[in-house]
Design a protein around this ligand. Structure first.
Ligand SMILES: *[C@@H]1O[C@H](CO)[C@@H](O)[C@H](O)[C@H]1NC(C)=O
Ligand SMILES: *[C@@H]1O[C@H](CO)[C@@H](O)[C@H](O)[C@H]1NC(C)=O
Ligand SMILES: *[C@@H]1O[C@H](CO)[C@@H](O)[C@H](O)[C@H]1NC(C)=O
Ligand SMILES: *[C@@H]1O[C@H](CO)[C@@H](O)[C@H](O)[C@H]1NC(C)=O
Ligand SMILES: *[C@@H]1O[C@H](CO)[C@@H](O)[C@H](O)[C@H]1NC(C)=O
Length: 284
């Protein structure tokens, strides 16, 4: 496919892609709620949660396929009850959504990362992982890679989760709804920390997570004008459709196995108490 194209053609396509580094907040984003709880400086975005409100932002554009990355430093100290989220979502009751949700904890106890995939309005596809570092000490890079074959959740470039396209088994796959890129901090103390047993201790508020260094290399759709199929459809040759990206390479497969062996703490696909019949994508 792509490698058969004359070089100039490939290059002109590459120039259609959007790659952004270290831009200011308003170049890419707008508040989703509680703008007064969002503080920005250069490409740093601080999101605060206090007794009044959490807050969130979203990209001005929507994207289909490609890769989005954000560096995040999570609420430090006592973050019990709080959730920091980095996610992509389309609109409406039949929306698609890809989530990283960082579940806070009491001081000294580890965060968990919950990932989820909504397709056509249905989620309930949670996995939870511990991390191999303290996500409050430094910035780490969290990425979503998405093409027609699979979705990969990456942490510092290491695949944490793969959601494969199993349309041939009758499982709907997100491929036609463009999604905006979002970040938020909110109170979820009814479930987030130790199953809801530990509530948010508001004497430690505000709870602040910092986002920075947003990168996007995806098919961009401006809200009003663009036709999804014409702009991002199969007839166009995008880098994420390269044959080499049809599955994880051997190194990435090893990394994924390592993450699952060492850091997976919950997988909905194994939760026979919850599902009398496991979801179809869980069956190989
Ligand atoms: C961001 O905004 C500041 C001032 O508001 C400006 O000096 C700087 O050049 C901007 N940076 C980018 C990448 O646009
Ligand atoms: C964001 O929070 C960090 C750490 O609390 C602080 O050093 C920085 O000044 C804050 N930035 C803005 C724009 O408020
Ligand atoms: C999405 O869900 C709606 C019902 O909410 C259904 O009518 C439609 O067929 C579904 N789409 C796909 C692709 O399964
Ligand atoms: C919080 O810490 C406890 C105790 O180490 C642990 O069981 C739990 O999984 C941690 N994470 C969350 C989000 O509750
Ligand atoms: C909340 O934090 C304060 C200050 O650290 C502490 O004195 C108090 O015991 C905490 N409350 C709970 C319910 O843990």
């Amino acid at each position: 496919m792509a490698q058969q194209c004359p070089l100039t053609f490939v290059m002109s396509l590459a120039m259609l892609l959007n790659v952004a580094f270290s831009a200011n907040f308003s170049d890419f984003f707008q508040p989703l709620w509680a703008p007064d709880h969002i503080a920005t400086e250069g490409d740093h975005i601080n999101l605060s949660l206090d007794t009044v409100s959490g807050c969130g932002f979203e990209s001005r554009s929507k994207y289909l396929f490609g890769k989005a990355s954000m560096q995040i430093k999570l609420v430090e100290g006592d973050s019990a009850g709080t959730v920091t989220a980095f996610y992509m979502s389309s609109e409406g009751p039949n929306h698609d959504e890809l989530d990283f949700e960082f579940l806070g904890n009491v001081s000294g106890e580890p965060y968990l990362v919950q990932t989820n995939v909504y397709v056509n309005g249905s989620g309930n596809r949670e996995q939870r992982h511990s991390l191999w570092f303290d996500p409050t000490l430094d910035f780490h890079t969290y990425s979503l890679f998405w093409n027609r074959r699979y979705i990969v959740f990456l942490v510092d470039g290491i695949p944490m989760r793969v959601f494969a396209n199993k349309e041939e088994n009758g499982v709907v796959y997100p491929k036609s709804q463009a999604m905006s890129i979002r970040g938020s901090v909110w109170n979820a103390d009814d479930w987030a920390t130790q199953g809801g047993r530990v509530r948010t201790n508001w004497s430690h508020s505000p709870f602040v997570s910092t986002f920075r260094s947003f990168e996007i290399d995806a098919c961009e759709l401006s809200p009003e004008t663009d036709d999804v199929e014409a702009k991002c459809g199969v007839s166009r040759q995008f880098w994420w459709d390269k044959p080499s990206l049809r599955e994880l390479n051997r190194h990435q497969s090893h990394q994924l196995k390592w993450v699952r062996r060492k850091h997976l703490v919950y997988d909905y696909c194994k939760d026979v108490a919850r599902f009398t019949e496991l979801p179809r994508e869980c069956i190989n």
